[in-house]
Design a binder for this molecule. Structure first.
Ligand SMILES: Cc1cc2nc3c(=O)[nH]c(=O)nc-3n(C[C@H](O)[C@H](O)[C@H](O)COP(=O)(O)OP(=O)(O)OC[C@H]3O[C@@H](n4cnc5c(N)ncnc54)[C@H](O)[C@@H]3O)c2cc1C
Length: 393
């Protein structure tokens, strides 16, 4: 059946994000067998959602940890094609780096949320998010983001740069707009990529979308539009010190309750015997508990992935927050798979404050190992990639 599909049909399937572990594995296999060798040279081209793309489109599954970064890297390396796959592994390392950086500089998230909710959405903002600016290709990216809930990486970079430097809108509102609509919306990769484009991550160095670059890597002709190609980076004199997570126990409590959020949908932590738990609760925050609202298609994607996970995890039950809040009233301690800096962790902290419940946070040891290298920039992190690869096996 596979060979009878032409590349357009296949591309459609790649862009069709079916919410199940089996489709994520199918996508991974397809990418590894057909596209990984073209990835290094082809990854920056984006001719729109209806055309061939070389990238893997795995991010919605990686963000929910249906696929783990480490398992993908191991699989790629086991194929023994290092020359062809190096660039792809490096991109996965970007994700691990961003996660590690946010975990060790968590105040960046707190500030981002505080600033976002305090900003007013003015006329220019409304024009941008409704796809009604004077830049027609920007408007079609807005449409694509809302329809497909995905944008190619290069397009995300152009989008963010035009948002910040040509449309002169606050980066925080752009990042919140992406989080709302992306199936792969991730507190670390998203917030930090926007800061990187703005010139706040690598201080003094911003990313500027340029006419020649857009025209070279897409089928867009930039006509009658003057992009701001010389803008200065944004500046913020606040510094965020590096700090590793505290209170790491990593021990699990047999026969008690385990809570799993939507961004750790797997039962592969080797330190835990999941069948020891009397009950495993699966929770997705709905918009009433979020500070940054999600689009209903994104919430639906999360719910379907959660349902797919529940079918694979016998003693699990899908719950909502009133249910969990009741449990907290009568339970001293609940084990939780660490849900990372972001909305889920903020919610846990609020529960702790309201009900005094102790959450025994269980980390993934591979994450902890990697995060300690995220103390500087990506290129410094990458220098440690061999050490990391040895550790993750
Ligand atoms: C402004 C902006 C916002 C972004 N927001 C998110 C987000 O919310 N969630 C998210 O997962 N990624 C985000 N990215 C990173 C990147 O655009 C996506 O990970 C990538 O486009 C996903 O498509 P793919 O799976 O086909 O990537 P591929 O090119 O096939 O890469 C494979 C995997 O590597 C990781 N990866 C690749 N490039 C990057 C990168 N630059 N940074 C971090 N990880 C990367 C992803 O997990 C991706 O699935 C953002 C980038 C920008 C510039």
């Amino acid at each position: 059946m596979e060979t009878s599909l032409n590349s357009d049909t296949r591309q459609f399937m790649i862009m069709n994000f079916t919410a199940s572990k089996s489709s994520s594995l199918e996508k991974l296999d397809y990418f590894l067998s057909k596209n990984i060798t073209k990835y290094e040279n082809g990854r920056n081209f984006d001719f729109g959602p209806q055309n061939q793309r070389i990238v893997s489109c795995l991010s919605p599954y990686i963000t929910h940890r249906v696929l783990s970064e480490y398992d993908i890297i191991k699989k790629v390396i086991s194929m023994n094609t290092s020359k062809n796959s190096e660039k792809f592994v490096q991109e996965i390392f970007w994700r691990i780096y961003w996660r590690g950086w946010l975990e060790t500089h968590s105040e960046v998230w707190t500030d981002f949320v505080k600033e976002t909710v305090s900003l007013d959405c003015e006329e220019n903002y409304n024009r941008a998010v409704n796809g009604e600016t004077k830049i027609d290709f920007f408007n079609s990216w807005v449409k694509e983001l809302k329809n497909e809930n995905y944008l190619h990486n290069h397009t995300r970079m152009w989008f963010a740069s035009i948002w910040i430097f040509t449309l002169k809108l606050p980066w925080q509102l752009g990042a919140a707009f992406f989080l709302k609509h992306l199936l792969d919306g991730d507190s670390a990769s998203n917030t930090l990529s926007w800061r990187w484009v703005a010139g706040l991550h690598t201080k003094g160095k911003n990313y500027l979308a340029k006419k020649w670059n857009i025209e070279k890597f897409s089928n867009i002709a930039v006509k009658n539009i003057r992009l701001n190609e010389t803008a200065k980076p944004l500046f913020n004199n606040k510094t965020y010190p590096f700090k590793l997570p505290e209170c790491i126990t990593n021990a699990y409590n047999k026969n008690k309750i385990l809570l799993i959020f939507d961004n750790e949908l797997n039962n592969s932590n080797p330190k835990i015997n999941f069948s020891d738990y009397k009950q495993i609760f699966l929770l997705i925050l709905d918009n009433s508990k979020r500070q940054i609202e999600l689009d209903c298609k994104v919430l639906q994607f999360k719910r379907s992935l959660q349902l797919d996970f529940q079918e694979r995890l016998k003693n699990s039950k899908i719950i909502n927050h009133p249910f969990l809040e009741n449990i907290c009233k009568s339970t001293d301690e609940i084990d939780v798979l660490y849900p990372f800096i972001g909305e889920n962790y903020d919610y846990l902290n609020k529960l702790k404050k309201s009900f005094g419940t102790n959450f025994n946070i269980i980390y993934n040891e591979q994450d902890l190992y990697c995060w300690k290298f995220a103390n500087k920039g990506y290129f410094n992190f990458k220098k440690n990639s061999d050490t990391i690869l040895n550790q993750i096996g």
